[in-house]
Ligand binder design. Structure first.
Ligand SMILES: O=C(O)CCC(=O)C(=O)O
Ligand SMILES: [Fe+2]
Length: 280
């Protein structure tokens, strides 16, 4: 017998319920179900925060221009702290609540925003999927707050409850920003949301740097069944047109390098054109 009944909106799968209870996460589960996001306090995360921040600032200097000092990407493996960071117990339990047992890491990157940084436009992280989104979540994103999240400091902004709409915001909704609220959180917090809820961030109006680690997890089923990364450019050169597309090599997915610090912009635009519409 499952521990919770199917008609309980806050039901937690049987495999996860003991961990959710042991870690005291029922309130976070309610936040995720009701609002699409939650703020996690985990002693493991608090203990790692200084190291996470220091490593991001150091590694961002290895990012090539124009993003030097603004982001460090592909973080796992670049400092031992990141192997501990991706496994923070309260985070991982809630990630598995959102995207299932055996969730996989999709992205571990960071952003450094200084005074005057422009706001991030409203979006749902299910960016590469058309609406309506399925009833189950595809993505789970956490922002690791390494200095306090305040409105003036350019914290994440969110429209609570929009995850229930199961679609992307329209251009009009991105302009109107109805219902937008700041996620206020002390240093060391993890702000976690599902891939459906609409969010962005506020401009930064204060001196200093907002350093955030962005952690995205997805369902195990989204990994390709076979890994063709050994098929290189030399091999592709002799192949029929279309093989490159089928291997996803024209998509931005997988295009981030340590030097670039982010996605290939040409591939990103191509992916934006094709992923949510049938327009070529
Ligand atoms: O930088 C932020 O506050 C939010 C970034 C964001 O949209 C994300 O990590 O999904
Ligand atoms: Fe996002």
């Amino acid at each position: 017998m499952p521990l919770d009944t199917a008609d309980d909106p806050y039901a937690v799968p049987e495999f996860l319920a003991p961990r959710i209870d042991a870690l005291g996460l029922r309130g976070n589960v309610r936040d995720l179900v009701d609002n699409g996001y939650t703020v996690i306090q985990d002693p493991v995360a608090h203990a790692l925060t200084d190291r996470v921040r220091e490593a991001i600032l150091r590694l961002a200097e290895e990012t090539a221009p124009p993003r030097t000092g603004q982001s460090a990407a592909l973080l796992l493996g670049r400092d031992p702290v990141f192997s501990e960071a991706v496994l923070v117990p309260r985070l991982l339990a809630l990630v598995e609540f959102l995207v299932g047992r055996g969730a996989i890491l999709s992205q571990l990157t960071s952003s450094i925003r200084g005074e005057g940084a422009a706001p991030l436009v409203l979006h749902a992280d299910n960016s590469w999927f058309p609406a309506p989104f399925p009833n189950w979540e595809i993505m789970a994103t956490a922002c690791w707050v390494t200095d306090a999240f305040t409105r003036e400091g350019g914290c994440t902004s969110i429209v609570p409850g929009t995850h229930a709409l199961k679609r992307h915001p329209s251009e009009e909704e991105c302009r109107a920003l109805d219902g937008l609220v700041p996620i206020l959180a002390p240093r060391g917090s993890l702000c976690l949301w599902d891939g459906s809820v609409w969010h962005g961030n506020y401009p930064r109006e204060t001196p200093g740097q907002r350093v955030v680690m962005h952690m995205t997890y997805t369902r195990a089923g989204f990994a390709p069944v076979e890994d063709y990364s050994h098929l290189d450019e030399a091999w592709l050169a002799g192949q029929p047109e279309g093989v490159r597309d089928l291997l996803g090599r024209n998509l931005f997915l997988g295009s981030t390098t340590i030097g670039s610090g982010g996605a290939d912009p040409v591939k990103l635009r191509h992916t934006q054109r094709i992923a949510r519409s049938e327009k070529a």
